[in-house]
Design a protein around this ligand. Structure first.
Ligand code: CTP
Ligand code: CA
Length: 234
């Protein structure tokens, strides 16, 4: 195989991309959120579009301009993202799960704006787990016997005993997706910045491949990597 093998593999394929950070409501005016800008997901949607794919972008909260020439669905919470993603994934050849999904949400959402109490105790926010959308997409693929390539993302930091790659390998296996795009995160790496560095891990090969550059350059690299696998699958 030459490196240009995947060049045309996405032409006419349906590619679903999720991007941005979910928000979990506390009351009508407050939410729990995260720092995802959505730039990487939007760059992936553009790169897939430029590779000739029909792109559906499901945008949670995105702080960058949305691309033209792609279908867009807007969502806010993890559960809205899950409903939109599972429905759209039924029609997709490739699912790229770049959104930053809140792991937890407040267990209740106030109907009215919360008020400070003058004499009572300070409020405590109880959290409950959100569904794992990526795993649900993997499960749906199996249930419906879909021909689909599923790509997860992971933002990891290493610790004393485990490297980021150890964590990413374990996550790839746990999620059951085909490719996992690893971002190593620190306080001012990745989030909201234009330069980034990724390593792509594959479930069917132990060979990791990395790229660094602008989010657009990295997106083109990831899309090229996806195209190679789509091509190999026929
Ligand atoms: N993801 C998802 N649904 C969730 C959480 C994460 O679909 N509820 C997806 C993300 O979009 C990403 C991948 O799973 O593609 C990995 O996200 P990450 O937060 O790294 O994984 P978690 O399983 O939540 O692991 P951790 O406990 O390390 O946060
Ligand atoms: Ca998580």
């Amino acid at each position: 195989h030459s490196s240009s093998d995947g060049d045309d593999a996405l032409r006419g394929r349906r590619v679903l991309v999720t991007a941005g950070g979910t928000r979990e409501a506390l009351d009508p005016v407050r939410f729990l959120g995260n720092r995802s800008s959505g730039k990487q997901g939007v760059a992936l949607a553009r790169a897939a579009r430029d590779a000739g794919a029909h792109v559906h972008l499901i945008a949670a909260h995105v702080e960058t301009e949305l691309p033209s020439g792609v279908d867009i669905t807007r969502v806010s919470s993890a559960r809205e993202l899950q409903d939109a993603t599972l429905a759209a994934a039924r029609e997709a050849d490739v699912v790229i799960m770049a959104a930053a999904v809140a792991d937890y949400r407040p267990d209740t959402v106030g109907e009215h704006k919360m008020k400070k109490s003058e004499d009572g105790a300070d409020p405590v926010i109880r959290l409950v787990r959100n569904p794992d959308i990526l795993r649900a997409v993997v499960a749906q693929r199996a249930e419906r016997s879909l021909e689909q390539l599923i790509v997860g993302f992971a933002a990891e930091t290493g610790d004393a005993e485990h490297s980021v790659l150890d964590f990413a390998r374990a996550k790839l296996a746990r999620k059951g997706c085909d490719l996992l795009v690893l971002n190593e995160v620190g306080t001012d790496k990745v989030f909201g910045h234009d330069d980034t560095e990724v390593t792509v891990l594959s479930a069917r090969s132990s060979e990791d491949r990395g790229a660094r550059g602008t989010k657009d350059e990295v997106a083109r690299f990831v899309v090229q990597r996806i195209a190679e696998d789509v091509r190999t699958d026929g």
